[in-house]
Structure formats: C-alpha cells, structure tokens
Design a protein. Structure first.
Ligand code: UT7
Length: 327
C-alpha cells in the first residue's frame, strides 16, 4: 500500500549572537565587501555556550514550533540530520526524544552533511508511505561554529549555526503531497569537503587532537553544485511528470548566492525563484533548507509546487518536489 505524505508544520531556530562580516575583518585577512560579493553573506548566527545554546536546544525550539499543538507522545518517528552533533552518542534524535517527552517515537540521527535534511525527509516519508508509521518529525541542525578553524578565511566566513524542522503526517491530500525525489552519492569526492575524527592511538594512550577542523576544496564543491543540481531538478521534475517551469519556487541549500543564481540561470528561471536568506544566516548546512522553508512559508502562494535541493559532503545531493498547500 502506498500512502501519501503531508507537511503539517514547520519550525526553525537560530542562536541570538550575530557575527557580521565586519567582525571577521577584525582578525582575518578578508573584507566585508569580498565576503558579500563572493558569497552573498552579510552575517551569520553563532551559538553561545554560556547561554546553553547547542544542537539540542536549537533542535528543540525548531521541533516545538513544527509540532504546534500535536501531542509529543503521539510522534512515531524522529530523524535528526546533523553532522556536527553535541555528542557522537547518544544521538541528538534520542536526546530530542527525551526533551520533547516523545516516549513512543523511534529516534535516530542521519549523517549526510548539507544534504541531510533532504535525505532525512525522504527517509521519513518512506516509513509513512509504506504504512509503518503515521507521522514523523525531521530536524536538520548543524553547529559548525565549534568545528571551524576561525583563522582559515576559506571556510570560517561561510558557516552559521541553526536548526529547522518539519512535521509530516500520512495523508492522501492532493494539494499537499510529496510528488517525487532523487537522492545521490559519490564517495569519490569525499576528500573535497571533510571534518575528520582523529582518535588517539592505543599505543599513545592519549588523544592529542580528537577532531580536525572543516576542510573544503571550495572551487570543486562550487563546480559540483552548479553542474549537478540543475540536472537533478530536471530529473526529479520529469519523475513528477511536470516541467521545470511548473516549479514555482526552489528551496535550495544556502551555500553561496552565486550558486543559487547559477542554478536559476541554467534552468532559465528568474533569480527570485530560488529563495534565499543566505545573507542573514550564511551556510547552516543541514538546517538551511527547513530554515528557509519556515522563513518563507508565509510569503508563498497558498498552493504551489516547490522543489527542495541539497548538496554537500559525501559527496551527497538530493532533490524533492513537493505540492504545497499552506496550513
Ligand atoms: O555546504 C557545503 C557546500 N559548500 C559550498 O558550496 C561552497 C562552494 N564554494 C564556494 O562558495 C566558493 O568557492 C568560496 C566562497 C569558498 C570561495 O570563492 P571563490 O570565488 O571560489 O574564491 P577562490 O577560492 O577562487 O579565491 C579567489 C581569491 C584568491 O586569491 P588569489 O589567489 O586570486 O590572489 C583567494 O586567496 O580570493 C582569495 N580569498 C579571499 N579573499 C578575501 C579566498 N577567501 C577569501 C576571503 N577573503 N575570505
């Protein structure tokens, strides 16, 4: 039996501390102008540990907004997409289950970097479509501020911290429905974007450097994104039996404004079709799509066709076409 899947709620959360480009100028050989013109980013949000801000606190805030009045004990499934968890274990999803008192939910994390939210949403949808579960909460959250070398201008200017969440339910509504998806991976590009765990050796008896900072070959990731994402969206639109022109808006991973503009150009779309809030948040990795979706939800037409597209480390990339009706 193949059931449908409906979006019932959206939510997001970002830390209170704002770091502007001008703040980075104080200790990096960079300029606000360079960052703005090469990436579209003006500022980003960064967790303040002294305020107990972390992956769990942002996930909880986003999840509560997405759930609205839905009783947490009725949640069947929680998937948290994150590559920068507060703990390697227990999973953020299990900690969120406890924080929400969602005692009947099965909960696990999913690691697909900046594609994590799209991978999580599609994964959760499978359980609903095949009838296993009636509902699912999917959270995308990343706290890159903890894993950056803040003296490396090629990465530290890009990332910000945030969480975004969607709550989905089994439904056969024709107006709010997952139409098609495509997920892809290519492990041969793994070295181009990485955050490496370096464990202590048994003989050494101590851990000198448990984690390296984020490494990125920016040019390669840029080329990969502008080449693969337009093709992927065209493929998913084809699976959904629509043309790319019938997509009203694209909510793409927010990595660089120039990537969004290039995707629009390749698909012969006006730039405005690729929704963007990168100037305020930077690249929030697994959070960027649900954060933008939540932020733009009120301004979207009451009924429209959305494409989501994520890409990032792995390499991973994925897209979903969703028939959307405002709730
Ligand atoms: O979420 C995961 C996916 N991540 C991405 O999609 C990121 C994709 N990549 C990018 O967005 C871009 O490649 C970057 C924003 C990372 C870099 O932009 P770029 O236009 O590719 O710059 P570049 O690396 O080609 O560097 C151009 C110049 C270089 O100087 P020279 O060699 O021309 O003298 C860099 O050293 O800009 C210099 N540069 C900077 N200058 C000031 C690099 N970073 C900076 C900086 N401030 N922060």
């Amino acid at each position: 039996m193949n059931f449908g899947v409906e979006i019932k709620g959206l939510g997001s959360a970002s830390p209170s501390k704002i770091v502007c480009n001008e703040d980075l100028e104080q200790f990096l050989e960079t300029s606000s102008e360079w960052i703005k013109t090469r990436t579209g980013i003006s500022e980003r949000r960064v967790c303040d540990p002294s305020k107990q801000e972390n992956g769990l606190s942002l996930s909880l805030e986003a999840a509560k907004k997405a759930l609205g009045n839905f009783a947490p004990e009725k949640i069947d499934l929680i998937i948290v997409a994150t590559s920068t968890p507060d703990f390697l274990y227990p999973s953020t999803a299990c900690r969120l289950q406890e924080a929400l008192k969602a005692k009947n939910a099965v909960a696990f994390d999913l690691s697909a970097a900046c594609s994590g939210f799209v991978f999580g949403l599609v994964n959760a949808a499978q359980f609903l479509q095949n009838g296993t579960y009636k509902n699912a909460l999917i959270v995308g959250v990343d706290i890159h501020s903890r894993f950056l070398d803040w003296t490396d201008r090629s990465t530290s200017i890009l990332f910000g911290d945030a969480a975004g969440a969607v709550f989905i339910e089994r439904s056969d509504s024709e107006k709010n429905q997952l139409l098609a998806f495509n997920l892809r991976s290519d492990g041969s590009g793994g070295d181009d974007l990485s955050l490496k765990c370096v464990g202590g050796e048994y003989q050494a008896g101590k851990i000198e450097k448990p984690l390296e900072a984020v490494f990125m070959n920016g040019k390669k990731i840029y080329s990969f994104a502008i080449k693969t994402i337009p093709d992927l969206i065209a493929e998913v639109a084809h699976s959904a039996k629509i043309s790319t022109d019938e997509i009203d808006y694209l909510i793409c991973h927010q990595a660089n404004q120039r990537i969004l503009d290039s995707i629009a150009e390749k698909l012969n779309w006006p730039k405005e079709k690729c929704l963007s809030n990168i100037s305020k948040y930077g690249n929030t990795s697994a959070a960027s799509i649900p954060l933008a979706w939540d932020e733009f939800a009120e301004t979207l037409p009451k009924e429209c066709t959305l494409a989501l597209a994520g890409f990032g480390a792995g390499l991973t990339w994925g897209s979903v076409i969703w028939k959307w009706k405002a709730f």
